[in-house]
Design a protein around this ligand. Structure first.
Ligand SMILES: [Zn+2]
Length: 270
């Protein structure tokens, strides 16, 4: 038996996120005018955070049928993202989906407010904001010094969201609409570079997840945790990829005349 959402809940889920896909890296519009004047097109889906039926993704047997079809258990997504979240339940966890929903609801409100103070930042301001997003240890320190791979992963995820949407998630979990996403950058060359950076960030997250699953590293130390990678090549890849990202960013910085960022290498390998 499937615990499907009632129509009212589906509408609420869609409306609370401004009918946009709740994946912060997607934010595709899901509704628009149909040819028929009385109709509209809907490509949005009210997806279940924990599955509607027993064999579905992220199913939670401890939930009641009522809870399963409640507003709390739903998230509004475009069709491709609704398939995406069910294709990899380890990556798209209940926590991740709840974070998406929370960010999207708050962004929908920010979108409403934005029309009041609608001001389009120039490319330079956008780039400055993006540089600020990379000015954190997750992008500047060698990977073996990372205190927590979970925080490291979250920092990268936040940066992808910031690049795509201009929304910054702070340490205390609040979100600030600081800017536009990279698609608003008018200089084509810079935009392409930012797209490349984004692809590299996604690759970092993928390999980090794989590294964890395959036990490519272990930790030592108390208080300040350090990481040992058994796979030295992988360890070097994490460092060189982030170094490369900052180099690409620095080329843009040079173009607009602001200071770029540098990867801090403490150890030298010969
Ligand atoms: Zn989507």
């Amino acid at each position: 038996m499937r615990d499907d959402f009632p129509k009212k809940i589906k509408e609420l889920l869609a409306n609370r996120v401004g009918c946009k896909c709740s994946n912060p890296s997607c934010r595709k519009s899901t509704r628009g005018a149909a040819v028929e004047k009385t109709d509209f097109i809907n490509i949005g889906v009210a997806s279940h955070i924990t599955a509607a039926s027993e064999d579905g993704p992220r199913y939670d047997e401890n939930m009641t049928a009522e809870e399963r079809k409640s507003f709390e258990n739903g998230i509004w997504l475009c069709q491709s993202c609704s398939k995406l979240i069910d294709s990899d339940v380890k990556r798209y966890t209940i926590d991740t989906l709840k974070t998406w929903k929370d960010i999207s609801e708050r962004m929908a409100v920010l979108d409403l407010e934005e029309t009041v103070v609608s001001k389009r930042d120039g490319d330079k301001e956008l780039i400055k904001f993006f540089v600020q997003c990379f000015d954190r240890p997750a992008f500047q320190d060698e990977i073996h010094q990372e205190g927590s791979m979970e925080d490291f992963d979250k920092a990268i995820e936040d940066t992808i969201i910031a690049l795509n949407t201009g929304v910054l998630r702070t340490r205390d979990g609040s979100i600030i609409k600081e800017s536009e996403g990279k698609s608003a950058v008018e200089n084509l060359e810079w935009r392409e570079k930012l797209d490349t950076i984004c692809d590299m960030l996604v690759a970092l997250r993928k390999r980090l997840k794989l590294a964890k699953e395959t036990g490519a590293y272990s930790t030592y130390g108390e208080g300040t945790i350090m990481y040992i990678f058994y796979d030295k090549e992988l360890e070097m890849w994490f460092d060189s990829t982030r170094e490369e990202i900052l180099k690409i960013l620095s080329v843009i910085c040079e173009d607009i005349g602001v200071e770029g960022l540098r990867f801090r290498r403490k150890r030298y390998r010969w």
